[in-house]
Design a protein around this ligand. Sequence first.
Ligand SMILES: [Zn+2]
Length: 354
Amino acid sequence: MTAPDGIEAFAITAVEYLGGAAEERAAGLYTVLWPAAAPGDAETRQLAFDPEVIEEEPDAELVTFASPTLEQIVQLATASGRVARAFLKTTAHVSRGTAERLARSYRFLDAVWSSEAPRPWWLPVGVFLFRARYLSDSREEDLLEVAVSLADRRILRRLAEAIERHGLGADPLDAWPMMAEIPATDAYAVARAELERKLLSPIGLRRRELESRLARESGRAAGYYDELLRDVQEQQQGVSADTPERARQESKLRAIRLEREGRLAELRGKYRLEAAVSLLSVLRLYLPRLVFHGRLAGKRDAAALTLIWDPVEQTGEPARCQRCGSLTYEAGLHRGGVACPPCLDGTLRSQGSH
Ligand SMILES: [Zn+2]
């Protein structure tokens, strides 16, 4: 799979969207009229998306994941308010049973969780829309959407249903605070990794299909040339060496072998699969969440444990283990902290071995 122009496409689209202009000078190199903060403020910059390009154009700025230029573009886009954003058109109802239902989403190990009254927040989600093109003897394309929680990098998988059920609005139904966001480039990296995972199966499927067609056609072509070769080899029997007739047959054999190789290479090229991916758009979507600050208490120990209720899916979000950072629906206490079962087992085992 060719590593795609995701960043390039994103950066150039953003620059143009923000009122700037970009002209491609060479593959991966652009002259960009930077979006002006004020009229008459125009600035020209050279952006390179390929480290090799930068060797020939030392004045260009290399744009990669961690580069300040990409972060600047993202910030510009965010500040301008021109990144599409929407709110799920729903609110978060709290009933007396909500905290209990939330607690039932988890299994607490030798501990009991209790909480204060919840507070509603908006959870920001980055919805990345990608286009994947599969190029072989035919052209096909897929649109794939990846939603990343900008609060904790989780991939959200059931958004489409929620959007269909509630709809989207340009303004929030309730003026709640918004959870802090991870940097946009981090979110993009998470989305890319998920996209690649999602593409494994469609690419694998297409590749297997192409391989079986390639095997079939190559077999047929090879059989055809093998028969031509056999014909000439049969004619050679009884023709003595060092005669012009023999030389003609030898050159005919060479020509057939060459043609056979050429045809097989051509078929391999025809059935080779290339996938190119580009980022089409980003939507910042806000989802309602109820945040419950609480305490997990055991016989000897207790620790603060904040849990989050998803009023759309009517379920708790996974908690984070305070030892290893992994997400979990099972939690216990260890030395004044909340830990997942593998961490609890690990500490028990290491205690037992002493
Ligand atoms: Zn853990």
